[in-house]
Design a protein around this ligand. Structure first.
Ligand code: SF4
Ligand code: SF4
Length: 382
C-alpha cells in the first residue's frame, strides 16, 4: 500500500486505496470485524462513512475498539437517520444531534474529517457558507471534535467555489474518465446516459480547473464513483463503449492532481484484495491512456491528461507535473506563490528541454509538449 498526506488535516497519511462504508451495511457484527481486520492487514487505513445508520455505527465502533488511532475516519455531517433511511439535511439542530450521536455510537472522541454532505448546487453552498452549518463545523474543528472540514460534491463549479472560499480542507468528489468529459450537472446519473455523449466531447474545463485549484489550495481530494458505480467496468454500460478494468480506473484517479485516495465500495474480502492488487498490476494493465486515446467519440487532442505516458524525458523532466503547474498558472492568469514553490521543487525544469521530441511521439493525446515546455520556461523563468 502507498500512502498520501492530507496536508490540511495535520498531514495525516491515508492509504491511496481506501474504503467506502456501503460494503459493511447488512453484515453481521462478526463480519464487520472480519472486514476491518482484512482492510487493516492490506494497509487500508481510511474509511468514508456517509451513512448515519445506527447499526452501522454501533457495529463499526465495536470492530474498531482498541485501534481507533490506526484509522482515519471521514464521517458526514448533515446526513441524518430518519424512518430507517438516511436523509440529507441542512437543519442545524438535526445536524448537531446526528454528529454527537455518531461519536457515541462509534465510541470515539473525534472524527478526522467532518464532511458536509452532498452539496451540488451553488444556492446550497452559499447557504452553508453563510450560515449555521459552517459555523458549527468551525466550532467542531476548534474544539478538536473534527480535525478537518470536508465537503462532498459531484459538481465541479460548486466544489471549486467551496475550495476557493478557503473554508474546506478536504473534498470528496466523483472522479472517473467519463465524468471528466461532462459539463457540470447536478444529476450525476445523467453523466452515464448515452445521449450526453452523442455530439462528442473533450475534457471538461471546469473539472480540470477544479483539480488544479485543489492542488493550489492544498485541498486533498478523495474519490467516490471511481468505477462509475460499476458502469466503467462493463462495455455495455460504459459511455465509451469499452470496459476499463479496476486498475485503470484507480490509476486514472490517482493521477489527477490533488487526489489522495480512491474510496472503493468493497462488499467482500475478495473485492478488497482485488482493488489492492493494483500494486501488483503491470504498467500495461493500469494504462488508461491508451484506451482513452482510441475512443473516437471523444476529442482529448492537445489536452494533457497527466497520464505520464510521455516519460521518460531525455533529460528527466517530469512533463506531467510541469504541465500541471503550467495549466494552473494559465487558468489563474498569474503564477501563484504555492505553484511557484512546487515548480521549484521539481528536479528538472522546463528550461532544460532540448526539444528532442521523444516525449511527443509517446503522448497518446497529441500534446505539443515542446511548446508547453517553452511556455513553462517563459512563465516560471527557468
Ligand atoms: S503530455 Fe501527453 S503523455 Fe505526457 S502526461 Fe500529458 S497527456 Fe500524458
Ligand atoms: S522534447 Fe523536451 S520534454 Fe520532451 S523528451 Fe525531449 S527534452 Fe524531454
Amino acid at each position: 500500500m502507498e500512502y498520501r498526506s492530507i496536508k490540511r488535516c495535520g498531514n495525516v497519511k491515508v492509504s491511496e486505496i481506501s474504503l467506502g462504508c456501503e460494503g459493511f451495511i447488512g453484515k453481521s457484527e462478526e463480519e464487520y470485524k472480519i472486514m476491518l481486520d482484512k482492510a487493516l492487514a492490506l494497509g487500508i487505513n481510511f474509511i468514508d462513512m456517509y451513512t448515519p445508520n445506527p447499526t452501522f455505527r454501533i457495529n463499526f465502533g465495536k470492530a474498531m475498539k482498541g485501534r481507533r488511532e490506526k484509522l482515519v475516519i471521514q464521517s458526514h455531517l448533515c446526513s441524518v437517520w430518519e424512518n430507517d433511511e438516511y436523509l440529507r439535511t441542512r437543519d442545524i439542530e438535526k445536524t448537531k444531534a446526528a454528529f454527537e450521536e455518531g461519536l457515541k455510537l462509534l465510541d470515539t472522541d473525534y472524527i478526522d474529517i467532518g464532511m458536509i454532505h452532498y452539496v451540488d448546487s451553488e444556492e446550497d453552498w452559499d447557504r452553508i457558507a453563510n450560515g449555521e452549518i459552517i459555523e458549527y463545523c468551525k466550532e467542531l474543528k476548534a474544539n478538536g471534535k473534527i480535525r478537518a472540514i470536508g465537503l462532498s460534491s459531484h459538481n465541479p463549479v460548486v466544489a471549486r467555489k467551496a475550495v476557493e472560499s478557503g473554508l474546506i480542507d478536504v473534498l470528496m468528489f466523483s472522479v472517473n474518465a467519463a465524468y471528466d468529459l461532462q459539463p457540470a450537472n447536478e444529476d450525476c446519473f445523467v453523466l452515464f446516459e448515452a445521449d450526453s455523449y452523442k455530439d462528442g466531447m473533450g475534457v471538461d474545463p471546469d473539472r480540470k480547473l477544479l483539480y488544479e485549484v485543489c492542488e493550489k489550495e492544498n485541498v486533498a481530494i478523495n474519490v467516490m464513483k471511481a468505477f462509475g458505480g460499476g458502469d466503467m467496468l462493463d462495455a455495455s454500460l460504459s459511455p465509451f463503449g469499452v470496459a476499463f478494468n479496476e486498475y485503470q480506473c484507480i490509476e486514472y484517479c490517482l493521477t489527477r492532481p490533488s487526489v489522495v485516495a480512491v474510496m472503493a465500495g468493497c462488499h467482500t474480502i475478495e473485492e478488497m484484495e482485488k482493488v489492492v492488487s493494483y500494486y501488483q498490476a503491470t504498467k500495461e494493465e493500469k494504462d488508461y491512456a491508451s484506451v482513452l486515446a482510441k475512443i473516437e467519440r471523444f476529442n482529448f487532442s492537445g489536452n494533457c491528461m497527466y497520464c505520464g505516458h510521455c516519460a521518460p524525458c531525455t533529460v528527466g523532466i517530469n512533463v506531467a507535473e510541469v504541465n500541471k503547474y503550467l495549466n494552473l498558472c494559465l487558468a489563474q492568469g498569474m503564477v501563484p506563490e504555492t505553484v511557484a514553490d512546487h515548480y521549484k521543487l521539481l528536479e528538472h525544469h522546463a528550461s532544460e528541454c532540448i526539444e528532442c521530441g521523444r516525449c511527443e511521439s509517446n503522448c497518446p493525446f497529441g500534446v505539443s509538449i515542446i511548446e508547453k515546455m517553452r511556455k513553462a520556461k517563459e512563465i516560471f523563468g527557468y
